[in-house]
Write a protein that binds this ligand. Structure first.
Ligand SMILES: [Zn+2]
Length: 368
């Protein structure tokens, strides 16, 4: 996979390609946007593009100040011939290609996480600790060994604990030459200002329904689901809608199964049963789905048109669910629960939140 495979993020990708083309790569980026929309995928492809053996001949001006890779010129030439992209957004004015080739040994090593100049840090047990920051410092202590750039990706950077964040600030303040740190975050507000202000921010946005479906289709195809299989496209439509523009979500989880879990808990809640969430992540996901359900209930009231529903395959259920409800009350409660969803960041008490939400929903069902 390469930059040309990043779907629905033209603005962010174009910006990154321009910085490579001009050779003005900052020492640190902060990729921001909801989870599952391609931030890590773009970061990985940036690491590949900066170290791709193919780009040696096409990017000489951009990287002239940097160490040239120990490239086998024959390999470079063969890849250059085989590499054909005609997507205009990936071409510079003089048609030099700046995307990675996805075929050379450097691209393959980065993909499999074994490139000596590439490091990917992710939280363990929900946190990034100081040990991980020390690993970054060790990785950046020497010049690039094999490629042109040392690239470190810090996924879910906002999970750094205070000690890690403090140590990391020093790393950001003294960036070694030929190195790039890419922080990825869906909750950038949780990062200290001092870290945020030292990074060049790149915003990623949720995808359109069609783009989302395309990404899910491509990934399913690669993982062996035959595209010609009847009904595949139709079956992908609901997960694409439920992912709300975040195809990564539909790829990493079975959203139909997740929705069945949500409905089971909802019915338990309406019957005033004991709380059924086991973690904050579950609470967040459950709130995503209740907000979607109320949104669908409002849509069916306003338009009577089922094709605008996110839960398009549950149209009869939505009609029944909303039949006794007043539109104004649905909208009021949608707003109420949406606000509550935002407060989950503050570690709300699980059973109190369950009881409170249950009381809102029970009232909504009986008020009219
Ligand atoms: Zn390559």
């Amino acid at each position: 996979m390469a930059f040309r495979d990043v779907t629905g993020q033209e603005r962010a990708v174009n910006m990154l390609l321009r910085t490579i083309q001009r050779g003005r790569i900052p020492s640190s980026y902060l990729f921001v946007g909801e989870s599952g929309i391609g931030k890590k995928f773009a970061a990985l492809n940036l690491a590949k593009a900066l170290n791709c053996l193919k780009t040696v001949s096409s990017q000489q001006s951009a990287v002239s100040s940097h160490k040239k890779s120990r490239v086998n010129s024959q390999e470079s030439e063969v890849i250059n011939k085989r590499f054909q992209t005609h997507d205009p957004r990936l071409m510079t004015h003089d048609y030099r290609v700046i995307d990675c080739c996805d075929e050379c040994s450097s691209c393959k090593k980065i993909d499999s996480g074994v490139h000596p100049d590439f490091l990917l840090i992710s939280p363990e047990g929900g946190q990034i600790r100081i040990e991980e920051i020390r690993a970054i410092d060790r990785a950046l202590a020497f010049k690039p060994f094999e490629g042109r750039w040392k690239v470190v990706i810090v996924d879910e950077a906002d999970t750094m604990n205070p000690f890690a964040a403090n140590a990391f600030l020093k790393t950001l303040e003294e960036p070694p030459k030929d190195s790039l740190i890419i922080l990825i975050s869906s909750n950038p507000d949780r990062l200290p200002d001092t870290i945020r202000s030292r990074c060049s921010r790149v915003n990623f946005t949720p995808l359109s329904h069609e783009a989302c479906k395309r990404v899910i289709e491509t990934v399913k195809k690669q993982s062996g689901v035959r595209s010609q299989e009847s009904g595949v496209k139709k079956r992908l439509s609901t997960p694409a809608r439920l992912s709300m523009g975040r195809p990564g979500l539909a790829i990493s989880a079975d959203l139909i199964k997740e929705r069945a879990w949500f409905l089971k808990l909802l019915h338990g809640m309406l019957k005033a049963e004991k709380d059924g969430w086991t973690s904050r992540e579950e609470m967040e996901r459950w709130f995503d789905l209740i907000v979607i359900l109320l949104r669908d209930a409002a849509i069916i009231k306003i338009t009577q048109d089922e094709k605008n529903l996110i839960n398009i395959d549950l149209k009869d259920y939505i009609k029944k669910f909303s039949s006794s409800m007043d539109l104004k009350v649905i909208i009021e409660n949608y707003q109420k629960l949406n606000t509550l969803r935002g407060y989950l960041n503050f570690n709300l008490n699980r059973s109190l939140t369950w009881n409170y939400t249950g009381s809102i929903l029970r009232k909504l069902k009986t008020e009219n």
